[in-house]
Design a protein around this ligand. Structure first.
Ligand SMILES: Cc1cc2nc3c(=O)[nH]c(=O)nc-3n(C[C@H](O)[C@H](O)[C@H](O)COP(=O)(O)OP(=O)(O)OC[C@H]3O[C@@H](n4cnc5c(N)ncnc54)[C@H](O)[C@@H]3O)c2cc1C
Length: 293
């Protein structure tokens, strides 16, 4: 399988990248780590005459943490996230999720922005960001920026809510001042996860005050259900099992899944039930133990 010939353009800034994309229209695409794009081109699923290399745009390459939260440039690679001391100190569970993606080869060049822009249904970062109320900064041709929540950014498989003259500039997530806990787990039988669940929980005086359960890599897009989140509020160590069972049943009843090579609908609902209970238990037990200290 050979990649068909194309011309590479190296963008100098976000505006330069978007204007090149506008100039070449449907014949062009942004190129970052290339781990998805080159595969799609090799398979002949797309025919692009121009690739716009965005890896050297400074603004897309920075990581910063301040009172407003954590900001990661779209072209930062997974490996750079894994090795970033600020992120390791502030959001170790995010770094740990990133270090379980794919393999070292993919993580050395693959980027967070490329993952979210491609909107593959098996996205670990999209599921994690959904649980922590993450956001994306989107740049457009007129130089304007808009901030969009992760929730709603993936409208379907391979369908990010972005226009042709837009790109992801950065990914944002809150720091963790309230002392909440996030637990992320995935099950992988092949290269990509079969299910990913991320749960955020906070508590006060031994009672869960807030929960967010994100389920990905099993349906068409990562999802959260309000009734699942609400069913965990009020949980205490003494009555945890009942809350967990209710949350898992609501999640597995509500999830939209299909029979395919990864398993039947029944099997997938079972996975959702099992992982929601398991991951929510870990998050809630940890936060309740912390809140009792
Ligand atoms: C073998 C393998 C295993 C994998 N396993 C996992 C896994 O376990 N979990 C998981 O979550 N993912 C997994 N992935 C997916 C992987 O995370 C993505 O391939 C990677 O993050 C894509 O980033 P990239 O920089 O290579 O994107 P590219 O291939 O360069 O780009 C992908 C798409 O996004 C567009 N794009 C890139 N950057 C931007 C931007 N800033 N703004 C707008 N559009 C942009 C490109 O035009 C292209 O359409 C796996 C991939 C492979 C190949």
């Amino acid at each position: 399988m050979l990649v068909p010939p194309f011309e590479m353009h190296v963008a100098k800034s976000v505006e330069d990248a978007i204007s090149l994309r506008s100039k070449f229209g449907d014949d062009a695409s942004f190129y970052c780590g290339g781990t998805e794009l080159l595969l799609v081109m090799k398979l002949g699923l797309t025919d692009l005459a121009h690739l716009i290399d965005i890896k050297h745009v400074d603004e897309l390459r920075s990581i910063s943490i301040d009172d407003s939260g954590i900001q990661i440039g779209a072209a930062v690679t997974y490996r750079e996230i894994e090795n970033n001391p600020l992120l390791l100190a502030d959001r170790p569970e995010f770094v740990s999720m990133i270090s379980g993606i794919a393999n070292l080869r993919v993580r050395s060049v693959g980027t967070l922005g490329g993952n979210l822009a491609f909107a593959d249904p098996s996205s670990d970062p999209a599921t994690f960001l959904l649980a922590v109320n993450g956001e994306l900064e989107i740049g457009s041709a007129d130089g304007k920026r808009r901030i969009v929540p992760m929730a709603g950014f993936h409208t379907g498989p391979y369908q990010p809510d972005m226009r042709d003259n837009e790109m992801i500039v950065s990914i944002r997530m809150p720091r963790n001042p309230s002392g909440g806990v996030v637990v992320h787990e995935r099950m992988k039988l092949k290269e990509r996860p079969n299910i990913t669940v991320a749960v955020y929980a906070s508590a006060a005086q031994g009672v869960v005050t807030q929960a967010r359960v994100a389920i990905g890599s099993i349906g068409l897009i990562p999802v959260r259900f309000e009734e699942v989140d609400e069913s965990l509020v009020g949980a205490e160590l003494a009555n945890l099992d009942g809350h967990l069972k209710r949350a898992a049943t609501l999640a597995s009843d509500n999830i939209l899944v299909f029979d395919d090579a990864n398993g039947s609908v029944e099997y997938k609902r079972h996975l959702v039930d099992y992982f929601v209970q398991k991951v929510a238990r870990k998050a809630i037990e940890t936060i309740l133990e912390n809140s009792n200290k």
